[in-house]
Design a protein around this ligand. Structure first.
Ligand code: IPE
Ligand code: IPE
Ligand code: MG
Length: 252
């Protein structure tokens, strides 16, 4: 019998979650910061700042719920197209987040990792990221995986080149290249595919996020902007996830 299948409306936003079926890997497309700010008559960057602050709330709650990995789409390979000032502000927010959250992340036992072409980020970001990986590598809680300068297609190109190189060197036979070979050459190597991909901000698209890994992920969208996405919304997403019927192509 499915446990806790009844939605208990303790209050408007309380969902009774099955703590034995918490998604292990949640991926979030944190969208809507700019529109959130615009609606308040604020500059777009104020939305990004509020968004960065919200990361703390969601990281803490995911950790508390026992989520193993949280991948946050933080900066896409296409986001370089934005005005320079906005890109610079996003890079600075990343560095500030990693610096300011140091204690909070340690207290929450969080491991910082990233996916994407980190070497093309500004030096300050690379240096701070390296420090954060190093400082948190012995933690045992939630893996906070930041998708930075990340694009799903770029990741696949990257994997393709690595595999071709291994084939050319004779380290692997072309006939032995499998789905696992590809998975193992992606930035997400070793990370379980996301159980659920959430997108805030109302759009219903992937925007080049985790193209290979999303094969059997559940999708969940909300019109709420990322700065307004709180614990209750996260619970709603997980509650909905727990009530989906995942068949993976088979039959029940
Ligand atoms: C998401 O918010 C943050 C990043 C893409 C870095 P947006 O900046 O895309 O906000 P909207 O979609 O313009 O509202
Ligand atoms: C996706 O949001 C990227 C991140 C959240 C980092 P975008 O705002 O860049 O996506 P589009 O342009 O609406 O597809
Ligand atoms: Mg957007």
């Amino acid at each position: 019998m499915a446990l806790f299948k009844i939605k208990k409306k303790l209050n408007e936003n309380t969902y009774k979650l099955d703590m034995n079926a918490i998604p292990q890997h949640i991926a979030i497309i944190m969208d809507g910061n700019g529109r959130w700010a615009k609606a308040k008559g604020l500059p777009r960057v104020a939305g990004h700042k509020a968004g960065a602050e919200n990361v703390r709330t969601i990281v803490k709650e995911c950790n508390r719920l026992g989520v193993k990995a949280l991948t946050l789409y933080t900066f896409s390979t296409e986001n370089w197209k934005r005005p320079k000032d906005e890109v610079n502000a996003l890079m600075k927010l990343l560095v500030d987040y990693l610096k300011n959250e140091f204690k909070e992340l340690q207290d929450n036992n969080v491991v910082i990792k990233s996916i994407g072409n980190i070497q093309d980020l500004p030096k300050e970001c690379r240096d701070q990221l390296r420090k954060s990986y190093e400082n948190t590598k012995n933690n045992t809680g939630l893996v906070l995986n930041l998708a930075l300068n990340y694009g799903g297609r770029d990741e696949i190109v990257h994997a393709f080149k690595k595999i071709m190189n291994d084939v050319n060197k004779g380290d692997i036979l072309l006939s032995n290249v499998s789905e696992d070979t590809i998975s193992d050459n992606l930035f997400t190597k070793g990370l379980k595919d996301p159980d659920i991909i959430l997108r805030t901000g109302g759009e219903q698209r992937l925007s080049n996020f985790l193209l290979w890994q999303c094969a059997y992920s559940e999708f969940w969208y909300t019109n709420k902007s990322w700065p307004d996405f709180n614990e209750a919304e996260l619970h709603k997403a997980i509650y909905d996830f727990q009530n989906r019927d995942r068949r993976f192509g088979g039959l029940k």
